[in-house]
Design a protein around this ligand. Structure first.
Ligand code: BYC
Length: 483
């Protein structure tokens, strides 16, 4: 049987567009992994709501013009599957020492270890985020938001399947072992943590969730774009389809923060508050003050910057040279795509100051991707600041300096203010709570996190969305909670 690559075969236990029914060995490996995945989802997936009917989209095709269908689904019945974007005919490796050669359909032996490592790291982040968000259902501000949370969760689960497929199909026995390990590690666990820093942090409340989906999922976008350039074609095709789903996650973050900012501004205006930094007065209205939103932003943005690795990295250079991991929009960049003689300006610590220093472009690839990321982040800030200025307030949300609150790379051993001024330990300890959420801030936000489950109702700290999911009206019952 020949499967139409655009459409997904849902007749098999594991939906797919990779002809799994004729790939017995991989099918067997995936079916063997499936019960462990369901156990993991039961233990570490969303707490509660497993019997609720959730209005979810499921991918039925990989055609970008119409790939999803919406319907009520119980989360454990969601059809997690293997979906790859269509194979591009005559695709060639777009960068590195193999530039212009045909892409690989099998793993090139000499790059096997590097490729496996990148796929495992990518795979590890997906279940980690589900684990981080598992308690949020209990305090959702509306059924609309609850649905969005669960949509993000099931799709992160699917992204785990996507990486597990690559491991099991292309990496034999050690691929199967890595696939099992992905279900064994746990976010924040002291003995067996997830691999990257930000994925072991708590997501304690919905403002953090929105910040995470805006800033951390956007690292996902950048990394997936870079891997979508890969000369290893199955990885490229997998990441290309994942990016289609990822867009909604960042939408949830951007509009979530917009709605919080909007509500705060409306409440301040209604109460005739002229100073948005009068925190006590604003909080008394039951909304989140703008300075606290800025602190949350500082935290999640900097945790996400750490996900790009060191500014200067031989790992990144090797992955590029090998044709494994490219740059953001690689094929649109006008240069030789080999970077042997180029330089790139990298932010470094020079005589106690943050300065740009030219480094070989090859080793500076993490820095470049991080710069592209920062540019992408700015768009949301413009929108949020527009809401604030339209409401008549003189307050601007801003991205902190890259030297601020870093655990990886050039600035990990120094302290800096959000403006990038270097400070000593004592000053940092004294002023830290001015810039990052304090225990008190956390308690205040937690006090607002009361679940709202009435149809069409919203918690008083967040505005309703402008449009519904799948163009549904405001009173649509996005989640039918079991009684
Ligand atoms: N935490 O040369 P270096 C997503 C390690 S998010 C802990 O500086 P490299 C998603 C590094 O592993 C996207 N360790 O960096 C979002 C290395 O260790 P080893 C996930 C870190 O390798 C939301 C050492 O430090 N995908 O999809 O050039 C929800 C030196 O490394 C960290 C990817 O990341 C850290 N933050 O770059 C759901 C793509 N940073 O090997 C999903 C795949 C570095 O010496 N990963 N280290 O023991 C990569 O491309 C790269 O491995 C990294 C690091 C960008 C992560």
């Amino acid at each position: 049987m020949n499967v139409n690559i655009m459409n997904v075969d849902y007749s098999t236990k594991i939906p797919n567009n990779v002809n799994l029914s004729e790939d017995r060995q991989v099918l067997k490996a995936l079916e063997g992994w499936h019960p462990g995945y369901m156990n993991w989802w039961g233990d570490m997936g969303p707490e509660g709501f497993q019997q609720s009917l959730v209005y979810l989209r499921t991918a039925y095709s990989v055609d970008p013009r119409g790939w999803a269908k919406f319907d009520y689904v119980k989360m454990p019945d969601y059809r997690w599957g293997i979906l790859l974007a269509p194979q591009e005919e005559n695709r060639v490796i777009p960068f590195g020492q193999h530039y212009g050669e045909p892409v690989w359909q099998e793993v090139p032996g000499e790059h096997r270890a590097m490729l496996r490592r990148l796929i495992v790291i990518q795979g590890d982040t997906e279940p980690a985020s589900v684990e981080q968000q598992r308690h949020l259902g209990k305090t959702a501000p509306s059924l609309y938001d609850l649905r969005n949370l669960f949509q993000v969760n099931v799709e992160e689960g699917r992204h785990l399947w996507a990486m597990v497929y690559l491991l099991q199909k292309y990496f034999g026995r050690d691929g199967r072992e890595e696939a099992d390990e992905l279900l064994r590690r746990r976010s924040g666990d002291a003995d067996s943590p997830r691999m990257l820093g930000a994925f072991n942090e708590a997501t304690p409340d919905w403002l953090s969730f929105f910040m995470f989906t805006y800033f951390t999922d956007r690292d996902g976008k950048m990394q997936l774009h870079s891997l979508a350039q890969s000369g290893f074609d199955p990885l490229s095709r997998t990441c290309r389809f994942m990016l289609t789903e990822e867009a909604h996650h960042m939408f949830v973050g951007e509009t979530g923060i917009s709605r919080v900012v909007q509500r705060t501004c409306e409440a301040m205006r209604a109460a005739a508050i002229s100073d948005p930094t009068d925190i006590a007065k604003v909080r008394a209205l039951g909304v989140i003050d703008l300075p606290t939103i800025q602190k949350k932003l500082n935290l999640h943005y900097t945790l996400s910057l750490d996900l790009f690795g060191s500014e200067v990295s031989t790992n990144a250079a090797n992955a590029f040279n090998a044709g494994i991991k490219g740059r953001y929009h690689e094929t649109q960049i006008k240069d030789d795509h080999r970077l042997q003689n180029d330089t790139y300006p990298v932010l470094k610590l020079v005589d106690g100051q943050v300065k740009r220093v030219n480094e070989p472009a090859l080793t500076a690839l993490n820095m470049r991707l991080r710069d592209d990321y920062t540019q992408d982040c700015v768009k949301g800030l413009l929108r949020w600041n527009k809401i604030i200025s339209t409401a008549g307030y003189d307050f601007k949300l801003a991205l902190p300096n890259v030297a601020f609150h870093r655990a990886i790379g050039e600035f990990k051993d120094v302290h800096a203010t959000p403006d990038g001024v270097l400070i000593d330990d004592a000053t940092w300890n004294k002023r830290r709570n001015e810039w990052l959420p304090s225990a008190g801030d956390g308690e205040f936000i937690a006090s607002l996190m009361r679940p709202v489950t009435g149809v069409g109702e919203f918690a008083p700290w967040i505005s309703p969305p402008k449009v519904g999911i799948d163009n549904k009206p405001g009173d649509f019952e996005y989640v039918k909670i079991e009684t």
